[in-house]
Design a protein around this ligand. Structure first.
Ligand SMILES: [Zn+2]
Length: 372
C-alpha cells in the first residue's frame, strides 16, 4: 500500500508519499507547490509530523516551475526541527551547463539552498543530472528507496537540452516562464449551452514547453504488494508513453494527472499505456489559460481542462477523479447527473481538510483515514 497526500499546492503539485518497509514507515516528498503553499500547507503538514519522523528518503523538485519548487525553497530556507532527507533530486542549471550563468530566480535560489546546506543532491545519479540514459537501448534507471522502487520515466537528454536553450533565452530576456503548451487552437468564442464531451476528448495536441519536458517523472512500486503509482509531474505525454511501453504492461493503480490536467499532456496513447482508472488532479484552477474552454461556463478556461477530463472519463469504465481543491473548474464533476451520464466518480477534500489523501493498493484506491 502507498499513501499519497495531495496537499493544497495552489496551482502546483505537492505530494507527500508514505509506505511501509517491513516495520519501518518511510516517506518522500514530490514538489512543494507554490511559495505560499510551502509556507502554509507544507509547513503545517511538517509541523504535524512527529519530530522523530521528519526524515525523508527522497525529495524531488520535478522541474523549475514556481508552482513545483516554490514551496521547496521555503522548506529549505527554514527547515523544521529534525528535518532531513537522504537525497534530493533536482536538475539545476549546472546539470545542463557550466556553472557560470544564473538561472531563473527560484531555480537559482533552490540551487543556492541545496549547495549551502550541503543537502545530498542527485546522489543516486552520482551528483549528475536525473535523466534517462542517452542510449535508448539502455534500461530505464531504477532506484530502491527501501520497500519502494522508483523507475525513472522522464526526462530524456533531449528534454534537458531543450531546457538549456530555453533557460538561456529566458535569462537573456529576464522574463518569467510563459504558460506552456501551444496556444489554444480552436478559434474564437462560441456560445454553447452543453459541453460536447466526446468531441473535446478527441482534441489533443502535444505540449511544446521545454520546462515541462524537463520534468522528473517516475513510477513508484511497492515492493511488498506491487502497488503502482505514477507521479507524472508536468512531463510530456510522448516521453512518458515511450518509457511506459518499455515496461511490463500492468495497470497503474493511481496516476497524478500530468500538468494539472492541461489539455497538452494527456494523449490517447498515454492513456492506453497507463491502463489506469484512478486519477489524482492537483490544481486550484490557477490562471485562466484556455480561452476556448471559457465559453462553456464561467470559471472554466482553467486547469483541469475540459478536454483532458473528457479524455480521462471516456477512456476507461467508471474512473475515479480525486481532486485536492474544490474550485469552479473541479466542482462541476460533483454533478451527480453528469457523473451518471458519463460514468465516473469524483472525490474532494472533506470540510476542513487541506488537500486530499488516498490509500493505494493493488487495484484499489480509497480515502486515507484523516490524521488526528
Ligand atoms: Zn505545474
Amino acid at each position: 500500500m502507498i499513501t499519497v497526500e495531495a496537499l493544497s499546492a495552489r496551482e502546483g503539485d505537492c505530494f507527500w508519499v508514505e509506505w511501509d518497509d517491513g516495520p519501518v514507515r518511510r516517506r518522500m516528498l514530490i514538489d512543494g507547490g507554490t511559495r505560499a503553499a510551502g509556507r502554509q500547507s507544507l509547513a503545517r503538514r511538517l509541523a504535524r509530523q512527529p519530530v522523530d519522523a521528519r526524515e525523508f528518503e527522497l525529495i524531488v523538485g520535478t522541474h523549475m516551475d514556481d508552482d513545483h519548487i516554490g514551496g521547496l525553497t521555503e522548506l529549505l530556507s527554514s527547515p523544521p526541527e529534525a528535518f532531513r532527507t537522504r537525497d534530493f533530486w533536482f536538475n539545476g542549471h549546472q546539470h545542463l551547463l557550466p556553472p557560470d550563468l544564473l538561472g531563473p530566480t527560484l531555480a537559482h535560489r533552490l540551487t543556492d539552498l541545496l549547495s549551502s546546506a550541503g543537502t545530498p543532491w542527485n546522489e543516486e545519479f552520482g551528483g549528475a543530472a536525473v535523466v534517462l540514459p542517452a542510449d535508448g537501448d539502455d534500461p530505464l534507471p531504477t532506484v530502491d528507496l527501501g520497500g519502494l522502487t522508483l523507475t525513472l520515466l522522464s526526462p530524456t537528454w533531449d528534454g534537458l537540452r531543450k531546457l538549456r536553450t530555453d533557460w538561456d533565452r529566458r535569462l537573456a530576456r529576464r522574463a518569467p516562464a510563459a504558460e506552456s503548451g501551444p496556444a489554444d487552437l480552436l478559434g474564437g468564442p462560441r456560445r454553447s449551452p452543453s459541453i460536447p464531451w466526446h468531441r473535446l476528448a478527441s482534441e489533443y495536441s502535444p505540449d511544446a514547453s521545454p520546462v515541462n519536458g524537463s520534468s522528473i517523472a517516475f513510477l513508484a512500486e511497492d515492493a511488498a504488494d506491487g502497488t503502482r503509482v505514477l507521479f507524472a509531474a508536468d512531463a510530456h505525454a510522448e516521453v512518458l508513453t515511450a518509457s511506459l511501453e518499455r515496461l511490463p504492461g500492468r495497470p497503474v493503480d493511481l496516476c497524478t494527472v500530468p500538468h494539472h490536467g492541461s489539455p497538452y499532456n494527456v494523449s490517447p496513447e498515454l492513456l492506453q499505456a497507463l491502463d489506469c482508472r484512478q486519477w489524482l488532479v492537483s490544481t486550484d484552477g490557477g490562471r485562466p489559460v484556455l480561452r476556448t474552454e471559457a465559453v462553456y461556463r464561467s470559471g472554466e478556461g482553467r486547469h483541469p481542462s475540459l478536454r483532458t477530463m473528457a479524455r480521462l472519463i471516456l477512456a476507461s469504465p467508471r474512473p475515479t477523479l480525486w481532486f485536492n481543491h474544490r474550485v469552479a473548474s473541479t466542482a462541476r464533476y460533483a454533478d451527480p447527473f453528469l457523473a451518471a451520464r458519463l460514468g465516473f466518480r469524483a472525490e474532494y477534500p472533506l470540510p476542513g481538510e487541506d488537500g486530499i489523501a488516498v490509500l493505494v493498493g493493488p487495484g484499489t484506491v480509497t480515502r486515507a483515514p484523516t490524521p488526528d
